[in-house]
Design a protein around this ligand. Structure first.
Ligand SMILES: Nc1ncnc2c1ncn2[C@@H]1O[C@H](COP(=O)(O)OP(=O)(O)OP(=O)(O)O)[C@@H](O)[C@H]1O
Ligand SMILES: [Mg+2]
Length: 232
């Protein structure tokens, strides 16, 4: 997997961007994007399968430290995060550290319709097994709009490209959640090294991300192309 170094500049600034929509995509292009995503997903998941547990833990620790030292994380009253499962870079140390230092952390509760509800993380003991092998908070849910009140949003991704297009696990759950997040709120996708790539196929519903965390590079800011600018 090629990681382009020059196009995504390293920065600590969370530049909010207007969501880019691949406007004017034909039905055939959308079908092609969906098929392209599936193939890329399989490739990226296989690469993650090849990692050891120690590598996942190490990647999680480095990303944890990158996020914890961001001013936006230090100042955030509420952080929307997620509990890593399977081969994802570990986030449990990160959400524990945020919670320990007094940040209000909310994590997803997957709804049967694939959308995300949110509930507060109250330490490792507050997590219980949920659907699809997920770990979810046992606290009361606060509604799908709770994510809109977060000052920092951390999302999973299998890869992000240099235009901010994000490839998730294929449920569309985080696309729905990100549609509720304001344009100036920093959103960080937590990746492994090598998962910031040249191209991720995008469909009209996909929400791009302005920032990624990479273990060996830190927080990298992405210029999301503005396809359409409206002035009111
Ligand atoms: N806003 C939405 N409303 C309804 N369905 C949606 C929405 N966004 C995405 N979906 C559904 O989710 C499916 C999968 O989307 P996509 O391939 O972009 O998932 P993903 O971005 O990889 O997953 P995730 O966001 O959960 O990490 C889409 O084909 C679509 O059916
Ligand atoms: Mg998507």
């Amino acid at each position: 997997m090629h990681e382009p170094g020059s196009e995504a500049e390293r920065a600590g600034v969370a530049a909010g961007q207007t969501a880019r929509q691949p406007a004017g995509q034909t039905a055939r292009q959308t079908a092609g994007a969906a098929a392209g995503k599936a193939a890329l997903r399989a490739e990226l998941l296989a690469a993650r399968e090849g990692q050891s547990a120690a590598q996942r833990t190490a990647a999680g620790r480095l990303n944890r430290d990158h996020v914890l030292s961001l001013p936006q994380a230090e100042m955030a009253g509420t952080v929307a995060a997620y509990v890593s499962v399977g081969t994802e870079p570990d986030t449990r140390g990160l959400i524990y550290a945020l919670w320990k230092r007094g940040t209000y952390v909310i994590v997803p509760v997957l709804r049967p319709d694939g959308d995300l509800d949110w509930a507060s993380y109250e330490g490792p003991e507050s997590l219980v097994p949920g659907p699809k092998g997920l770990l979810e908070p046992s606290e009361p849910v606060r509604g799908t709009d709770a994510v809109a009140r977060a000052a920092l949003v951390l999302v999973p991704a299998l890869a992000v490209d240099t235009s901010g297009n994000r490839l998730g696990r294929g449920g569309g759950s985080f696309d729905r959640a990100l549609a509720r997040v304001g344009p100036r709120v920093p959103v960080i996708a937590l990746l492994n090294d090598g998962e910031l790539i040249d191209h991720v196929p995008a469909e009209p519903h996909d929400r791009p991300v302005p920032l990624v965390a990479l273990p060996s590079r830190g927080i990298v800011s992405i210029q999301i192309p503005l396809r359409e600018v409206r002035y009111h």
